[in-house]
Design a protein around this ligand. Structure first.
Ligand SMILES: C[S@@+](CC[C@H](N)C(=O)[O-])C[C@H]1O[C@@H](n2cnc3c(N)ncnc32)[C@H](O)[C@@H]1O
Length: 219
């Protein structure tokens, strides 16, 4: 995958994949987009501790860092399982400016998280335990049941094979009743597929530059 670092509208970094002509985040602001979708409409809506989170697409680690900072603030315990097929290399993650932009992170968290081995539990704080799974979404095999899913694959028109009934049904089975899946996409086809898997799908206001996003409840 040919990737280059780019700066987005709020000053935070993203990665751009030239072969796909696709960015990891919104050009309007990676940080503000991720805060809105995954923290405000995801993490902050879960009223329990510990919270078991499954992320599809670890990528830069921005969602991990935001969730870590939030759990430090709220004191809630987090178990965070993230799946990634194409990890960033050290030259890439070493340049990301998230630690300077996110308040309340334990020092060195971003590098420690990226350098931690795959396939083994590790702690990022007293509240935050993590497991990185180096695999394809389609063959992922996480243990346990989840309260929250960060569905952060590349866009449905770039990777239609990841927005399928098969994958969403698998996620449904891995989620607790009442658990929430959030995604930046609000495409009609994605909503229909989620619906057909048994999710109650809500179209809610998206981050700046994006009118709507999806919040799907596992009934
Ligand atoms: C939109 S990016 C978002 C990543 C991350 N959440 C972030 O904030 O940087 C999508 C991520 O999904 C990963 N990915 C793409 N196809 C995948 C697959 N089949 N299995 C696992 N990960 C995949 C990409 O490598 C990329 O890291």
């Amino acid at each position: 995958m040919n990737r280059e670092l780019r700066i987005t509208g709020d000053g935070s970094h993203t990665m751009y994949v030239s072969d796909m002509d696709e960015s990891y985040h919104s050009k309007h602001g990676a940080l503000q987009e991720s805060v809105h979708i995954f923290i405000r409409k995801g993490f902050q809506t879960i009223e329990k501790s510990p919270v078991h989170i499954l992320e599809l697409g670890l990528g830069t680690g921005l969602n991990v860092m935001l969730t870590l900072a939030e759990s430090e603030k709220s004191g809630s315990d987090v178990f965070y399982h993230s799946v990634e097929k194409y990890p960033l290399n050290a030259a890439e993650f070493g340049k990301l400016n998230y630690e300077a932009m996110i308040a309340g992170l334990p020092a060195g968290s971003l590098i420690r998280m990226h350098e931690a081995p795959w396939g083994i539990d590790f702690n990022l704080s007293d509240h935050f335990r993590m497991f990185k799974e180096h695999s394809d979404f389609r063959s992922m095999d996480p243990e346990g049941r989840f309260d929250l899913v960060y569905f952060d694959a590349f866009a449905p028109d770039k990777q239609p094979e990841l927005w399928t009934r098969e994958i969403f049904s698998k996620l449904f089975a891995l989620m607790e009743p009442g658990a929430i899946l959030v995604s930046y996409s609000s495409k009609g086809e994605v909503r229909r597929v989620l619906n057909s898997c048994g999710f109650e799908v809500r179209k809610i206001p998206g981050p700046p530059g994006k009118r709507e996003m999806i919040q799907a409840i596992r009934r």
